[in-house]
Design a protein around this ligand. Structure first.
Ligand SMILES: *Cc1c(COP(=O)(O)O)cnc(C)c1O
Length: 297
């Protein structure tokens, strides 16, 4: 099984009135369209983990997440597709969400850790009882993070570049994407190696350690982080929902509120503030996450 090759995400022009007024061009790379089930940046983050698990002959995959987790959803779907059993360690107490129902339908063993139990995930010894319970299974850090996750995202850059000529571009100025842990952004920064700037719209508050995580993975240059969380991860307000609705109507591109919607709204703010000079060509990364939308819209 070749886990390292993924379907090509389509790149197409993104036309919005506030981009046109500022003379900024944008194209959107649709990771939401690579697969009906294993969607978005999470599959790229899983590539190397799946290959490692396969090489090690691991019978299954274990990871952690919340009750709307795009990461666990992609993991459960990938496990089913490629013949790995899966176990998910979930934050909080048993809840019935559309995502959790999918996890169970996809055959994932779901364990609820409570809040305290979930907070212990960084402690030494956290994995030990799970490794005893699921011997030989491959453990994947929360969100598919770490260097293996970042390296898996390098392919995103190649996927965009092969399609530039198709939209009449010979080059681009920079990337714009939603950031949670910063792993995907780190992957783009690594792959670009300074060739193009990477702008991250932070979907989580600035004190969540994202800057530190990115800095540990790739150092301090080649990227910029912008606040986009609007008061907290999972905080949704009327202006945001109205903006998403208007964007979806004029572009036909579906968005969710926690990552992609917030990232585009933050892009509008920066474009209107004149951060990008006329003639800038941006590749906006659609990181997927649409399954999570069932939880709150
Ligand atoms: C997980 C996720 C992100 C954040 O990715 P990181 O690599 O953690 O920064 C962005 N957008 C969507 C839709 C996601 O599901």
């Amino acid at each position: 099984m070749d886990f390292l090759n993924l379907p090509l995400a389509p790149l197409h022009p993104l036309t919005l009135p506030w981009l046109q007024s500022a003379n900024v061009e944008a194209a959107i790379l649709r990771l939401d369209l690579i697969d009906p089930l294993i969607s978005g940046n999470k599959w790229f983050k899983l590539r190397h983990h799946l290959a490692q698990a396969h090489e090690a002959g691991a019978p299954g995959l274990i990871s952690l997440g919340g009750s709307h987790s795009n990461h666990l959803h992609a993991l459960a779907a990938a496990g089913k597709r490629f013949g790995f059993a899966t176990a998910g360690l979930l934050r909080g107490h048993a809840q019935d969400t559309p995502t959790v129902r999918d996890l169970q339908t996809l055959g994932m063993h779901v364990h609820w850790l409570g809040y305290g139990g979930y907070r212990a995930r960084h402690e030494a010894g956290f994995w030990q009882p799970w490794q005893a319970r699921y011997p030989g299974w491959h453990c994947i850090p929360e969100g598919g993070g770490g260097m293996a996750g970042a390296q898996g995202c390098g392919l995103i850059v190649a996927q965009a570049r092969t399609q530039l000529a198709g939209i009449g571009w010979d080059d681009y100025s920079a990337w714009w994407l939603a950031v949670g842990t910063g792993t995907t952004l780190a992957g783009l920064v690594l792959e670009e190696a300074g060739a193009h700037d990477v702008h991250g719209a932070l979907a989580v508050p600035g004190d969540h350690g994202v800057a530190e995580n990115v800095s540990q993975l790739v150092g301090d240059s080649g990227y910029r982080l912008h606040d986009a969380c609007r008061g907290g991860f999972a905080r949704v307000d009327d202006e945001l929902l109205g903006f998403i609705d208007a964007c979806e109507r004029s572009t036909g591109v579906p968005l969710e509120a926690l990552y992609t919607g917030k990232a585009l709204l933050a892009l509008r703010e920066q474009v209107e503030a004149g951060v990008f000079p006329p003639g800038t060509r941006l590749i906006v990364l659609h990181t997927g996450g649409l399954q999570g939308r069932r939880g709150y819209l």
